[in-house]
Design a protein around this ligand. Structure first.
Ligand SMILES: O=C(O)CCC(=O)C(=O)O
Ligand SMILES: [Fe+2]
Length: 352
């Protein structure tokens, strides 16, 4: 397995105005096409406050219908009424800004190993000929707490660790609330998803920095993929768009909404929901004019936990769609590098 790292971080390549090296150029595959501008979609904006109302109220019913339509079509939606203030979200964005503004030497103190995911660095190379993302990132495991690798957790800015930990806790609470709402929307006991996922969950975060890219028509910020998680919570850049979602073979741009959090359904929730909720294939466009920063928090079951469609969501009209899976992120990773759509490989075919 070739493990050659690009000579520099993308931030430096971009700042030095260098021509992007050829390994960043997207090859002509089905999932690549049409890198240039795509239509913006109006993805639903869900007010969480309305979903905590009396379920018999009209306000609740309208909002839950909006949510159900988002879950079963795009698999992404923005939430407001999540309890995190505008200034708090700015504080989180500033954390990312401060970290990526450090000198290369300082950031490299938290640099990932050449064959590892965790820590600071550019797209890890695991397969020869792999197309690289135009993106630097800081990838951290936050929970389970005893699996943290604090050597990758910045101490500069000084309050990075505390603020980041607090944000992860808030996202975990928010995820729990969403899972309850999702269960209720399917007439299930509200702790059905959480119980199945179990107490031990994996929470990982990716601070993404997409530097300006001179060839946005040929290069992607992040290649097309579906998240392996249960739920991904994305704090988008306040001003710069870039996320795109694939639907019916076409790419659509996702608008940014300053105080909202973007919720992205992951493959493991599509499996648990027996295909009712969709995990979207998405990618990030590169941008020649402006830099973009985001923070994705991935909430997943423990690697050892087996995941399968919930009994309550299997019936004669909707037979079981997926087999039982364990360590789905490993399946997802392997398929990604083989050019396969991971969730298709765990589908039960009609003939089985
Ligand atoms: O930065 C974004 O807009 C999305 C990032 C993403 O899809 C990911 O980190 O899995
Ligand atoms: Fe993603």
């Amino acid at each position: 397995m070739a493990k050659v790292r690009p000579p520099k971080g993308i931030q430096e390549i971009s700042a030095d105005g260098e021509e992007p090296p050829p390994e960043f150029f997207v090859k002509d595959t089905i999932l690549a096409g049409n890198l240039s501008s795509v239509p913006l979609i109006e993805i639903p904006v869900i007010d969480l406050n309305l979903l905590l109302f009396d379920p018999t109220s009209e306000a609740y019913k309208d909002e839950v219908n909006k949510l159900l339509s988002a879950l079963s079509s795009w698999g992404v939606f923005q939430i407001i009424g999540h309890g995190m203030s505008s200034s708090y979200l700015d504080e989180i964005r500033n954390l990312s800004k401060s970290f990526f503004s450090l000198s290369t030497e300082e950031k490299q103190k938290y640099g990932r190993a050449s064959d590892g995911f965790e820590g600071y660095g550019s797209d890890p190379i695991f397969v020869e000929g792999q197309v690289l993302d135009w993106c630097d990132r800081l990838f951290l495991l936050a929970y389970p707490e005893d699996q943290r690798n604090l050597k990758f957790w910045p101490q500069n800015p000084a309050n990075f660790r505390d603020i980041f930990e607090e944000y992860c806790k808030k996202v975990i609470i928010l995820t729990g609330t969403l899972l309850n709402i999702f269960a209720r929307s399917q007439n299930l006991e509200e702790d059905t998803f959480s119980k199945e996922i179990g107490e031990k969950t994996l929470v990982q975060a990716r601070f993404n920095l997409y530097p300006k890219c001179p060839k946005p028509d040929k290069i992607l910020g992040v290649k097309a993929h579906a998240d392996a998680s249960i739920i991904t919570t994305l704090l988008q850049d306040k001003e710069v768009e870039g996320l795109q979602v694939l639907k019916d073979g076409k790419w659509y741009g996702v608008p940014t909404l300053a105080d909202a959090l973007l919720i992205n359904i992951g493959d493991q929730l599509e499996i648990m929901s027996n295909g009712i909720f969709k995990s979207p294939i998405h990618r990030v466009a590169a941008n020649s004019e402006r830099e973009r920063k985001t923070l994705a928090v991935f909430y997943s079951p423990d690697y050892e936990k087996e995941i399968e469609p919930l009994e309550g969501l299997i019936n004669s009209e909707r037979p079981r769609m997926f087999r039982k899976v364990k360590n789905y992120p490993a399946i997802s990773f392997k398929c990604f590098h083989n050019g396969q759509v991971a969730i298709d490989t765990v589908k039960i075919s009609a003939s089985q």
